[in-house]
Every structure is written in structure tokens, then in C-alpha cells.
Design a protein around this ligand. Structure first.
Ligand code: HEM
Length: 464
């Protein structure tokens, strides 16, 4: 098998307009990535062209699903979530929790599904098609290191009984299993997502990575031709993409390569009342709320309540990775484990990132947050009380937007006070997120079409 060495240039991060895809250097030497079950390049291409990995037609896929043992698949994925791979160690231990890929698989499922756009009542995108493994999605800077998640998951995909399971179903199910097995609320899951042979349906959302470009559309569209700054925003800060682009393309996020908003939010202009020169940065949670709403409501079709539930639940598990610069020996070649860069932000949102809990809203509503920076140099927030119970957690500006906007804040309070309500609303929103797509635009379309669902009743005894 060919082995690849991954090198992460320090300057590449979500905040930059340049592509932040990992630079891949072919190598025959044994490296930190050597023992990974599959190299990242193989996930999107060669196996796909082998007969046993070719996407099935819908009819053939429904036939395959009829015999799928969902409980066995669940157990197999739980084992995969718990088995930390040397090549890409599972998170948890660096935050005092157990090793788990639940956060990584959750992000993979969200990023695969989060391409869904509902513009003028028409749905497009979603995880059906499994295009996250194809160009252009696999090169979006938002998807940094999700190749590792797919590589780890491909251990399941390569088992004879799951070779025909679609990537769309595997990715969304793995994210849901991660949630459920970590004690989170998932009540139902339906199969039936048919894979695409290539990623061309995602070109409308932006073609950023050009190294692996396909077809004849290899121009980077970042920054967008048609863009804007908020009136309160520092004009030197990144411009935001308008929904409609001059070439007729509908840009579903504020920057090509992001599936949603800038995590660090807009930087304020010096003449704004909230500008405070004594602080480390001037990122505005209030202004960030406008872009969260612009993206989640206008471009993705979510209500305010669903937006708060989704982001709060999504950031209850897992962590952010921006600690490469702290590598003890200053080397950037083994940027794994606790010293990883994916987005460039660093930290866990809760005290138990491998186990579902209710820290997310409580920490933001009952504690004060101050501007900080990640070791990799990106603007983020930390608790003012560095000795308090949330001392080891962090927040993105977009997270804090949920307690700064008055409507979002009401939902955040509701969820902080009523955990059953939070669980129920998140479970419903997660189901909607992972089940809608171009070919199945309504929540229950997959169930009607393929008729293969589970209510996870068996899952009580199986957990991470
Ligand atoms: C305003 C919207 C959002 C922003 C700006 C945002 C941003 C981010 C960023 C920067 C990371 C860190 C990535 C890394 O460095 O590894 C992250 C991780 C994560 N996000 Fe979000 N996110 C948003 C919404 C969501 C939603 C709606 C979900 C799910 C429903 C979600 C689920 C996750 C998960 C599970 C992780 C942890 C990944 C891991 O543990 O490796 N996010 N998000």
C-alpha cells in the first residue's frame, strides 16, 4: 500500500482565504500516518472505481438494505469509535475524557449533510450522494482532516458485508451512532441514501481546492466576486459572500470553502461603541449572530429555534483543533493527537467532550467570556474565571452569538433550564439535518422510499 505523509502548513486556517487542505506528500517512509487503514486519496478515488465499491442503483441498494443488520452495524461502528488509531489518535484524553471519535464522526456527518440549501423553497445538497469524499467538497477548507474520519470509517466500509453500504448512509449513521453511544439524544435513523459517482452536484456551492480538480471547472471562486462588509465591520476583515453571485451561482455560505459562517465572527471597526482596544481582539458576537441567521435561516432554511438547538448539540461533543504550534519540539511534521490543526481554533466546549452533557448553554449564560487566541493564533474566547468549573473550555464567536442575539438567547435559556426540551429539539433537528437532500427533500422521504429505519431500542446496552 502507498503511504502518505501529511504536512500541515501553519498559516493555513479557516480564517484565511487560501485553501487550507492538508498538503499531501507521497512518501515511502513510515510516518505518523503510516498505520491508518486507508490513505486519504484512496477514499475518494480508487476504491470507487473498483467494482465492489461502485455505487448501486437505487433499486439494487434497496435490495441490499433489506438484509442489513442494523444492530450489528451499530456495534461495529461503536467499536470503531472507541478504537483510537495511532495514525490519527482519537480525542478525549487531552481533555480528561475517554478516547472517542464521536466528535470527529459528528462533524463529518454535519459537514456532509450541512451542504443542504433551501433557497426559494428548492432544496439542494445534503449527504445523499456522499459527495464529501469527492472534489470539490473534499478540498474545502472547512473539511480539513475529514479525510482522516473517512479513512477510519473505511474500515467498516471495507468489511465484505458493508461494501455496498453507501457512503451517505455510513457517514450519517456513524455521526448518529456517535451521538447515541455517547449518551446523546437520537431517536430514529433511516437508510436509503444512494451514492453519487462524482462530486459535480456540489460545484454550485463553490470550487475551492484546485489541486485535485476535475471536469473543466477548476477556478477558485474565493473570494466571491459579489461580496459585502457589515457596516460595523472593519473593512480590512474578510468580505462576506452574497447569496447570489454574478455568474448565477448561489453561494450557500459567507465564504467559499466554509459550509456556513466564519467561526471567529466579524471584527469591529474602531469607531464602534463595543470596540475595546484593551482586548486581544474585536470579534463581535452580536454581529456574528446576523451571519449565523443569514446562513442558517436564509440559505439553509432553519428556524431560530432549530439553529440554537443544532449548534448547541453539535458543540456538546468533540473539540476544536488549533494546537499544532505548541508542538514540544517545534516540528510541524507530526501534527496529530493533542497537537493537531484542523480549523486552527483550540479547545473543547464542555468538560466531557466524549460524553453528552449540558455544559454548552450553562457555561455561556452563567459565566463571562473574554477574547483569547488559540495556540495557532486564531481569535476565540475563554472563560474570564480561569479557575472556575469551565476553565478548560473555549468558545467560538459564533457560539457566543447564541447568547447575544435576543431571540437566540431566549432559546439558549430554555435549553439551559429544560434539558429534556433541549434533547428533544436537538434530536428532531439532527434527524432533519441528516435525512433531507436533493432527492429526498422532506424529513420522512427516506422512510417512505427505502423503508429501512431504526429507533435504536437495541442501543441501551451498547455505548462508548
Ligand atoms: C455557526 C455554526 C458553526 C460553526 C461556525 C462551527 C464551527 C466549528 C469549528 C471551527 C470546529 C472545529 C473543527 C476542528 O478544528 O476540528 C467545529 C467542530 C465541530 N462541530 Fe461545528 N460549527 C457550527 C455548527 C455546527 C453544527 C450545527 C454541528 C452539528 C449539528 C456541529 C458539529 C461539530 C462537531 C461535532 C465538532 C467537533 C469535531 C471533532 O471533535 O473533531 N457544528 N465546528
Amino acid at each position: 500500500m502507498r503511504i502518505f505523509e501529511i504536512v500541515f502548513p501553519r498559516e493555513k486556517s479557516i480564517s484565511s482565504h487560501s485553501c487550507m487542505c492538508a498538503t499531501v506528500v507521497a512518501s515511502t517512509a513510515s510516518t505518523a500516518f503510516a498505520s491508518c487503514p486507508n490513505s486519504w486519496q484512496q477514499i475518494g478515488s480508487p476504491p470507487l472505481h473498483q467494482e465492489e465499491f461502485k455505487p448501486l442503483t437505487k433499486e439494487a441498494y434497496h435490495k441490499y438494505l433489506a438484509d442489513l443488520d442494523i444492530e450489528k452495524l451499530y456495534e461495529t461502528i461503536v467499536e470503531t469509535i472507541k478504537a483510537s488509531e495511532e495514525c490519527w489518535p482519537a480525542d478525549g484524553p487531552q481533555d480528561g475524557d475517554v478516547a472517542s471519535y464521536a466528535g470527529l464522526f459528528g462533524r463529518l456527518a454535519w459537514h456532509c449533510s450541512g451542504t443542504l440549501r433551501v433557497i426559494d423553497g428548492v432544496s439542494s445538497g445534503g449527504c445523499e450522494g456522499g459527495r464529501n469524499r469527492h472534489w470539490p467538497e473534499r478540498e474545502w477548507r472547512d473539511n480539513a482532516n475529514l479525510d482522516k474520519a473517512r479513512a477510519i470509517l473505511s474500515q467498516v466500509k471495507q468489511m465484505p458485508r458493508y461494501q455496498q453500504l453507501s457512503w451517505g448512509d455510513l457517514i450519517t449513521f456513524a455521526g448518529t451512532v456517535g451521538l447515541k453511544a455517547s449518551g446523546g439524544p437520537a431517536e430514529k435513523f433511516c437508510f436509503g441514501r444512494v451514492d453519487d459517482e462524482d462530486g459535480r452536484k456540489s460545484i454550485m456551492l463553490g470550487t475551492e481546492g484546485i489541486e485535485q480538480c476535475e471536469f473543466d471547472n477548476c477556478r477558485s471562486m474565493s473570494p466571491c466576486e459579489n461580496n459585502f462588509h457589515w457596516p460595523e465591520q472593519d473593512p480590512k476583515d474578510d468580505a462576506r459572500c452574497n447569496l447570489t453571485q454574478s455568474n448565477g451561482r448561489q453561494q450557500g455560505s459567507h465564504s467559499v470553502g466554509l459550509i456556513y459562517v466564519f467561526p471567529h465572527g466579524p471584527q469591529l471597526r474602531a469607531d464602534q461603541p463595543d470596540f475595546d482596544a484593551s482586548q486581544l481582539h474585536q470579534r463581535s458576537p452580536k454581529l456574528s449572530a446576523k451571519e449565523v441567521r443569514d446562513t442558517f435561516q436564509t440559505r439553509m432554511g432553519w428556524t431560530d429555534q432549530e439553529t440554537v438547538a443544532l449548534i448547541g448539540g453539535g458543540h456538546t461533543l468533540g473539540r476544536s483543533h488549533g494546537n499544532c504550534a505548541s508542538l514540544p519540539h517545534g516540528s510541524s511534521t507530526k501534527c496529530t493527537g493533542a497537537y493537531t490543526t484542523s480549523s486552527g481554533y483550540e479547545g473543547a466546549w464542555t468538560r466531557t467532550p466524549s460524553q453528552w452533557n449540558y455544559d454548552f448553554f450553562e457555561a455561556m449564560l452563567e459565566h463571562e467570556w473574554v477574547p483569547t487566541q488559540s495556540p495557532d493564533g486564531l481569535d476565540q474566547w475563554g472563560p474570564k474565571n480561569t479557575m472556575g468549573k469551565f476553565a478548560n473550555t473555549f468558545r467560538l464567536t459564533s457560539d457566543l452569538s447564541l447568547v447575544n442575539d435576543p431571540i437566540y438567547r431566549q432559546w439558549a435559556i430554555t435549553y439551559k433550564n429544560d434539558h429534556n426540551r433541549f434533547d428533544a429539539d436537538f434530536a428532531t433537528a439532527w434527524f432533519k439535518l441528516t435525512h433531507r437532500s436533493t432527492n429526498h427533500p422532506r424529513d420522512d422521504d427516506l422512510e417512505t422510499d427505502a423503508g429501512k429505519c431504526t429507533d435504536f431500542k437495541f442501543a441501551k446496552s451498547i455505548s462508548v
